[in-house]
Design a protein around this ligand. Structure first.
Ligand SMILES: Cc1cc2nc3c(=O)[nH]c(=O)nc-3n(C[C@H](O)[C@H](O)[C@H](O)COP(=O)(O)O)c2cc1C
Length: 366
């Protein structure tokens, strides 16, 4: 297809030194199929199904330490065995010409004793516990009372992110995405609903963002700014994490990130609206998009039309798709042809099965 005939989502884009052939990104998706916190060989098929030449994929949240988990069977990247296990998966994506970033993550208090070494308390910015929450598949998850990190312990967690980033590069990933969204540990520090500290990591906006920015700096110093992105969700309220001034928080973060020359900022939209039976993205992120110097990625609630509009109007550079990409391994092709889409099955999102709800979503030609 000639360049000028392509829909906006299918136009090429240069992200730093990386040439992307289109703007449709695989959003990070926890799939709970990494037994014993080790990525499994069945992930080779799952990720390669969703790979296109020149397309960007972000791997599921991957733990930076043995205290990072909050869900069953999530992968880690804090030790050699885990890094080795990622290698064939990364290779499969590269063999098809994809670009693959690893989302490095720590759940903090979004966890319970069962996921912690020796059944200890999850760690957080606070002692405040999260009440039980309903998951997308309607299951309820319970949390345990967290232990508030002492100021002396904070550098250890920052170091875990740094080592995880190093391991990700050694496993072959093109870069890492620091998980600073959805109420996990970075947000537990950033947002005033969860941070009740009285030391230099609590109180003012600058203090609350210190932990996240120290992680950014440590990771960038370790692997280089051109290989680091971050995911942020100032407008979201997942896992009891919200902020009284999300716009100020988002702006402060992107302005600070500019100083580090981070490659991309991946932001979660506010709640989608339905107007005249059509979905409409509220576009809360415009001030952050304008203030940020690097590549901007948006996610949450986008479909083909809203994604095309967002790119055409300069609201974003790239659009990450979660549920649509999960259920449609050939999403870029379907968008190109404007074909019907498979629906995702909410009951198989997090089951441990290595095939069902994972690699058995049909392609167009099936
Ligand atoms: C099954 C599932 C797992 C998810 N896991 C992660 C994750 O590991 N890391 C993350 O940042 N977001 C995660 N998300 C959020 C998605 O990346 C995405 O932001 C969300 O689904 C909204 O986009 P969508 O409307 O295109 O689905 C997950 C979402 C789903 C449905």
């Amino acid at each position: 297809m000639a360049e000028e005939e392509k829909i906006p989502l299918l136009k090429p884009y240069k992200m730093g030194k990386i040439h992307l052939s289109h703007r449709i990104v695989l959003a990070p998706l926890t799939r709970s199929r990494s037994y014993g916190n080790v990525a499994q060989p069945h992930a080779i098929l799952y990720y390669s199904q969703r790979t296109t030449k020149g397309g960007l994929l972000i791997a599921e949240a991957t733990g930076v330490s043995d205290t990072a988990q909050g869900y069953p069977n999530t992968p880690g990247i804090w030790n050699k065995e885990q890094a080795e296990a990622w290698k064939p998966i990364v290779k499969a994506v590269h063999d098809k010409g994809g670009i693959f970033f690893c989302q490095i993550s720590h759940a903090g208090r979004v966890s319970n004793y069962d996921y912690q070494p020796n059944g200890q308390a999850p760690i957080s910015s606070t002692h405040k516990m999260i009440p039980p929450q309903k998951e997308l598949d309607d299951t309820m998850i319970e949390f345990s009372p967290p232990r508030c990190l002492t100021i002396e312990e904070i550098p250890l967690i920052i170091n875990d992110f740094k080592l995880a980033a190093r391991n990700a590069i050694e496993a072959g990933f093109d870069g890492v995405e620091i998980h600073g969204a959805h109420g996990y540990i970075l947000e537990q520090f950033m947002k005033d609903s969860a941070n009740d500290r009285i030391d230099e990591y609590g109180g003012s906006l600058e203090n609350r963002c210190r932990f996240a920015l120290e992680i950014v700096k440590a990771v960038i110093d370790e692997i280089g700014a051109e290989r680091v992105g971050i995911r942020l969700s100032p407008f979201a309220d997942y896992n009891e994490c919200w902020d009284s001034n999300p716009e100020e928080l988002g702006l402060y973060m992107v302005q600070s990130l500019n100083k580090y020359g981070i490659l991309y900022c991946h932001m979660i939209e506010g709640r989608m609206l339905i107007v005249d039976d059509r979905r409409q993205i509220p576009r809360h992120l415009l001030p952050m998009r304008k203030a940020f110097n690097g590549t901007f990625i948006v996610a949450r609630g986008f479909d083909r039309d809203e994604g095309n509009k967002a790119v055409a109007e300069g609201y974003t550079d790239l659009v990450a798709y979660g549920r649509l990409f999960l259920a449609n391994p050939d999403l870029p092709r379907r968008f190109e042809l404007n074909s019907p889409l498979n629906k995702y099955n909410k009951f198989t999102l997090y089951i441990a099965d290595p095939i069902v709800g994972y690699t058995d979503y049909p392609f167009l030609e099936d």
